[in-house]
Design a protein around this ligand. Structure first.
Ligand SMILES: NC(=O)C1=CN([C@@H]2O[C@H](COP(=O)(O)OP(=O)(O)OC[C@H]3O[C@@H](n4cnc5c(N)ncnc54)[C@H](O)[C@@H]3O)[C@@H](O)[C@H]2O)C=CC1
Ligand SMILES: O=C(O)[C@@H]1CCC=N1
Length: 285
């Protein structure tokens, strides 16, 4: 990125932290970043890193090119209502909140008659913290190509970006890669527990499990082979891997994973129904 845009993080918690650390690690000057957070220790933490911090919306927000909304879905509507008067004429609003639809965001930042056009929904994940994230993005119909490029530039500082065609698909992205690191961590926990049961120490099991997951992911990314082929290459006929995979199949490992993702997807829809109502834009429009 030639020049970093000025970005306001609305909510400076875990996920904003992953993105901020990623941006800083990639050379974004702290002076380009603003954090608005109601929690004083969080503000102090970012202030100590050289960022401008705000307790509530003010004109500093108006001067930012991008607002990156990183509060909980439950808080977003109220936050939008409070911050809306500070929008600049060209502010790009990027929300990472799970489940909150583009149509709600456009209504909250604009009015029922004139929804805010410049809204992007993004779903990053926590490996952003180490520059290995992946973010799914969908844009409201009024977003310009330059604004898409701006969002791509920001999120690609912390990993890959994948644009999808519709808002609905962001709920699927959430269930796959947004929540996905937790599935992988659970998988590693299981491998560590298994290693210990078989006589390895916790530390040995953890080193072996993490390196195996990281190495297998890299092989899948770099090899030209489909993952099915890679799996088959590990699995000798009548060997140890086949014995393990048989148990996984008997215990419906794949079906369990798919059902878990469906539950995450369903929860995204519920968050939208519970917290994505659009009355603010109507009432004040
Ligand atoms: N944790 C994850 O892996 C991912 C989370 N997300 C989304 O990111 C968003 C944030 O999640 P986390 O960072 O995990 O939550 P968090 O609880 O760590 O951060 C939320 C922050 O918002 C602040 N806050 C609360 N009310 C506020 C207000 N009225 N004005 C300003 N700041 C306020 C809190 O003090 C806190 O620092 C959520 O919407 C979540 O759906 C998206 C992708 C991945
Ligand atoms: O659990 C959640 O709701 C958020 C969204 C994706 C990851 N964490």
């Amino acid at each position: 990125m030639v020049e970093f845009p000025r970005i306001a993080f609305v909510g400076g918690g875990n996920m904003a932290g992953a993105l901020i650390e990623g941006l800083l690690a990639r050379g974004c000057p702290p002076s380009r970043l603003v954090v608005l957070d109601v929690h004083e220790p969080t503000r102090q933490k970012w202030q100590a890193r050289g960022l401008e911090v705000l307790e509530g919306p003010d004109s500093s927000l108006t001067g930012c090119d991008v607002w990156l909304l990183a509060v909980k879905p439950q808080q977003l509507k109220e936050v939008a209502q409070a911050a809306r008067p500070c929008l600049g004429s060209d502010t790009l609003v990027v929300s990472i909140a799970a489940g909150i639809a583009l149509s709600s965001l456009c209504a909250w930042f604009g009015t029922a008659d004139h929804p805010w056009a410049s809204v992007i929904r993004a779903m990053p994940n926590t490996p952003a913290l180490v520059g290995q994230g992946v973010t799914g993005l969908a844009a409201a119909s009024g977003v310009t190509d330059d604004q898409r490029q701006l969002a791509t530039q920001i999120l690609s500082t912390v990993g890959e970006v994948v644009w999808v065609d519709s808002d609905d698909q962001i709920d699927a992205v959430t269930a796959l890669s947004g929540s996905g690191p937790a599935y992988v961590f659970r998988f590693i926990e299981g491998m560590v527990a298994g290693g210990q049961k078989l006589g390895l120490s916790a530390q040995q099991s953890q080193s072996l499990a993490i390196a195996t997951v990281a190495g297998a992911a890299r092989l899948a990314a770099q090899s030209g082979d489909p993952v099915e082929t890679l799996r088959e290459k590990v699995t000798s006929k009548g060997g140890t891997t086949a014995a393990a995979l048989d148990v996984m199949q008997q215990r419906q490992f794949l079906e369990t994973l798919v059902a878990a993702m469906q539950a995450a997807h369903q929860r995204a829809g519920e968050l939208s129904a519970e917290f994505g109502r659009t009355e603010i834009g109507r009432a004040e429009g």
